[in-house]
Design a protein around this ligand. Sequence first.
Ligand code: SER
Length: 325
Amino acid sequence: MKNILIIGATGQIGSELTMKLRGLYPNGNVVAGYIPGAEPKGVLLESGPSAVVDITNPAQIAVAVEKYKIDTIYNLAAVLSAVAEIKPQLAWHIGVCGLFNVLEVAREKKCAVFTPSSIGSFGPGTPKVLTPQDTIQRPTTMYGVTKVTGELLSDYYAKRFGVDTRSVRFPGLISYATPPGGGTTDYAVDIYYSACKGEKFYCPVKPGTFMDMMYMPDALRAAVEIMEADPARLIHRNSFNIASMSFDPEMIYDKIKEYVPDFEMEYKIDPLRQDIADSWPDSLDDSCARYEWDWKPEYDLDAMTKDMLNHLSLKFQEHLHAEFA
Ligand code: SER
């Protein structure tokens, strides 16, 4: 892969993945696809080409693919779980109709496609601990419904039309760069912001609510490595369980307190997020990804916490300097 289109390049994953791919493929076109209102800025804008690519507009996808001779599409457009419960029609339109548009262009123009799935593709009937790779997927959220549909549609395009579709089921992703929006796992990002701003954190999910989480550098590496994996070794395609850590609010709070001793947290449960979290697994078994393409995470809760706190304190110091300059 050398000419890559990222759809949703200014979002939580896209903004960092685009920069990583530009570093890895300096001689190719790594095109930042965005929608009006979410234009790339700064280094993301200056370091490579960008194009308006609305996933609901198949012609726009096709034009960008043609113009930049794209061979690989990273489809990162999504409406996260809590917002998808408020706007289920929009979530379907972007998650499923949008993916269909991407797959059709990929079929015609012979592109490989990466579309993330999620821990949200599982439901209350799924084994909760060390959820197997191949198991019951009957999600009760619209986000999950779009993710399972996406897995099936992507596998169908691989089998029926030979489109090189691949995917991983992301856990909750944690990063200091671009904030997420509207997810159930996002509390595990927000908690670091509160700790670094010296604010009390109000946690929207109960103690004992375990979910798989992952630090962004591991997630980005997974997205690259699955697309570079030897196809002869892949038994699965859409989608691989990947995992690095599973924790509940008490565990992440205790870990942050090791470095920020006066940090305070109080529970203020959001019934919507609690309900969603309760329907998801506690932890995934990622042994197929380890076996088929040598997946291995690098960050655990401690390593991630140190890195998050370092970067966010710098960010807020800079912000404070700017404000008081
Ligand atoms: N982070 C997502 C969410 O909470 C799950 O993949 O919606």
